[in-house]
Design a protein. Sequence first.
Length: 163
Amino acid sequence: MSKTIIGIDPGKEGFITIMDGGEISHFPIPKIGKECDLHALGELVLSISERCDPSKSVVIIEDVHALARTSSGSTFNFGGVCYAIRMAFIMCGYPIVLVSPKKWQKEMYEGIHLNDDKKIMSVQAAKQLFPNQDLRRTPNCKKPDDNLTDSLLIAEYGRRHYK
C-alpha cells in the first residue's frame, strides 16, 4: 500500500496538495485579508490528519529561505508561516521532509522548454504531468495558479521518492 503524499508550497499564497491513491486535492493556505489565518491553518491540518493517517503519510515541504531584496518584515512573516505549517503537521504526528526548490524543480521540469520564469515552467510541467487536473486557484479564475502547481509538483516529487 502506497503512502499518502502531502506536498506543500508554503507562504501566504501557498497551497497544500494531497495525493491519496488516485485522488488529488488542493487546499490554499487560509488567510484573513492578506495575512495567514493560523487558527484556520490549524483546523485545516487537523482535518487533513482525520482524513489521512499520519503513520501512512509523508509531508514534503519546499525548504525556502529568505529572499534577497525582501524587507525584513515580510521575510519574518514568511518564515513564521513556514514554521507554523511545519509545526502543525509535526504536532499531528506527520513525518516531514524538506526539499529545496532546485532539487524538486530539476526533476519536475525535465522535458519542459527552459524559461527564466519558474512560474511559467511550473504551470507547463503540471499541465504535462497532470493534463486532467484543474490548476486554477478557484473555479472563477481564468489562469492556472503557480502556487497550486508548485504544491502539486512537490507532491509528485514526494510520490516518486517517498512512497
